[in-house]
Design a protein around this ligand. Structure first.
Ligand code: FAD
Ligand code: DLZ
Ligand code: SF4
Length: 511
């Protein structure tokens, strides 16, 4: 009798058409899935993220069994389940007599390396759930001085034919971002997200997570995420019917008490493998072709997936494991305590963005980039600590997508590989795009001194601290000229204000 092979399926590989499953022999091979301590704790994941992952894994194991697969599943609460994925594979090999394993490449260098060093030989297949292969991305990147997303995105449009009119972009322009920066008004009726009642499998998982991860951040209940393909499809249907038409207009907007606005809320399902990126892009295009959604919304949405999502993955695999150690601005401050406890800051924007993050495991892009990200950038927070925070608190976070967004786009820690300039901004930007400032303990119009919005002096202080590194960047030149035109007293008071704020952060005082 031929020994079975083990087919490893990870918590973000919940796709029936996964390359490893396509290559496997249903009659001979054994699918291995496991809830393991190392994956659940290598950063302190939000409890909703762990619950989502375990429940979605259990549902997927059922789906595979119903489809005729033999699945061995290690539950977290079974003492025989090993603590790591390589150790679990070794245990299952001993149990089944398997001498080799097959898997689809996983989304983090850390785990790929651990599996390569594990006791069982593992054959790794490409993850073709993405639109660009590593080879395609590398061929595009080769020889370019700057890797700008926009040009890569155009390649992806040409490759897929999505939103193309022959060899021209639909509507004559590749990018309609300039139309996608409207602040939202309170009178607008924002769509409601899908909310699923937990089934018996999810209820079991919620009990398990509540007991097993007492020191992990976040609120576990109410738990309303979908945990299987059907639920994820329903969430996609809701997005296309209710939110896509205004997705573009209000993509950058932020409103107090409205955590979701017109965003799709699909990244968690997409990244876990419950939805397919190309399918979502084609569905969005169909909404435009049917006249149900405008071009600025549809192009904006497609650009996030076909462009940004594929592009950051390309960067992550091209740059390799040391990407997460980069710190081009040599920032060393500890992550402020209030990132783990929104109630302990008086800054309304941070309180809102962190509060909803801890409650839902979700914040939309501009909240991640321009609130939690920009504050950390201005304050000179150690990018590694911030990276681990983003990786832990969002239900959609895996290193391949999170690290380039955090270290590259948000913190400029890769020295400008990904972003052409740092996303540094004063309170003005937040005031323009949100209603947070109206309810804040600080005054966004006050530039320095008592009661001034902390973003204001910290913004100038950031520029001055990093002058040697940034002044040569043509996109920053205007800002340095503005600083240089300020009189000495204004400059001194601004820096004094910033020093006071940074000192408060270092002392753990309330800000
Ligand atoms: P929508 O606003 O509806 O956007 C549509 C889709 O586009 C998303 O579902 C997502 O799949 C994709 N997308 C949008 N922007 C990006 C982007 N910059 N990179 C990759 N995909 C994108 N996204 C993650 O999926 N996981 C992460 O861990 C993650 N970490 C981030 C960290 C920082 C510091 C920043 C600035 C952004 C991060 N993003 C991450 C990107 C983005 O914030 C999320 O994809 C988005 O907020 C998910 O919510 P949504 O599904 O409602 O997205
Ligand atoms: C995120 C996560 C968590 C919390 N737990 C598990 C787990 O117990 N078992 C598993 O197979 N996968 C888990 N995951 C997802 C993995 O961390 C993910 O597959 C890798 O980080 C690669 O992207
Ligand atoms: Fe944030 Fe400053 Fe506005 Fe307060 S005043 S909400 S700290 S930008």
């Amino acid at each position: 009798m031929v020994a079975p092979r083990l087919i490893l399926v990870l918590g973000d590989q919940l796709t029936p058409g996964l390359s490893a499953l396509r290559e496997a022999d249903k009659d001979r091979d054994v699918v291995v899935m496991a809830e393991v301590r190392d994956e659940a704790t290598y950063v302190r994941h939000h409890v909703k993220k762990i619950a989502f992952t375990f429940s979605a894994m259990r549902h997927f194991a059922e789906e595979l069994r119903a489809d005729g697969w033999q699945v061995v599943y290690g539950r977290y609460d079974e003492s025989c389940t090993a603590a790591s994925i390589p150790a679990e594979l070794a245990r299952r090999a001993q149990e089944t007599g398997a001498e080799a394993a097959l898997m689809t490449e996983c989304g983090e260098h850390r785990l790929n390396a651990a599996l390569a060093e594990g006791p069982l030989p593992v054959e790794v297949l490409p993850d073709d759930r993405f639109i660009a292969s590593h080879a395609e991305f590398d061929a595009w990147a080769e020889g370019r001085k700057q890797l700008r997303m926009e040009y890569f995105y155009r390649e992806m449009r040409r490759k897929t034919g999505i939103l193309m009119d022959g060899d021209k972009p639909e509507g004559g322009k590749w990018n309609y971002d300039a139309e996608n920066r409207k602040p939202a008004g309170r009178d607008l009726l924002t769509p409601k997200p899908c909310a699923e009642d937990p089934d018996a499998i999810t209820r079991d998982v919620l009990d398990l997570v509540a007991g097993a991860f007492p020191d992990h951040p976040g609120t576990l209940g109410p738990f309303t995420l979908a945990v299987d393909r059907k639920g994820a499809e329903a969430a996609a249907d809701r997005f296309f019917a209710e939110a896509l038409p205004r997705f573009g207009d209000y993509q950058d907007a932020m409103l107090e008490g409205e955590p979701f606005l017109w965003h799709s809320l699909l990244s968690t399902y997409l990244n876990a493998g419950l939805l397919d990126p190309l399918d979502l892009c084609r569905r969005a295009e169909a909404e435009y072709r049917a006249g149900r959604a405008p071009l600025n919304a549809v192009e904006g949405y497609i650009r996030q997936i076909l462009g940004w999502r594929e592009y950051v993955r390309g960067i992550y695999f091209r740059e390799g494991p040391d990407y997460v150690t980069r710190n081009a601005l040599e920032a060393t401050r500890d992550l402020p305590r209030f990132y783990w406890d929104a109630g302990s800051t008086d800054m309304a924007c941070l309180k809102a963005a962190i509060g909803q993050t801890l409650e839902h495991g979700y914040a939309h892009h501009i909240q991640r980039l321009m609130i939690t990200g920009t504050f950390a950038l201005l304050a000179g927070v150690d990018p590694r600590q911030l990276h681990e925070w983003y990786l832990a608190v969002y239900t959609d976070a895996y290193e391949w997508v999170e690290a380039p967004n955090t270290l590259g786009m948000s913190q400029f820690a890769d020295g400008g590989l990904l972003a052409s300039k740092p996303y540094a901004a004063s309170g003005n930007y937040i005031d323009r795009m949100s209603d947070y400032c109206a309810g804040c303990a600080y005054d966004v119009k006050t530039k320095r001194g008592e009661g001034a919005c902390p973003f204001n002096p910290l913004y100038w202080d950031f520029l001055v601290r990093n002058r040697e590194r940034l002044a040569g960047n043509p996109r920053m030149a205007q800002m340095y000229r503005t600083w240089d035109r300020m009189n000495e007293q204004t400059q001194a008071q601004t820096r004094e204000s910033a020093a006071g704020l940074l000192d408060r952060l270092d002392r753990g005082a309330r800000l």
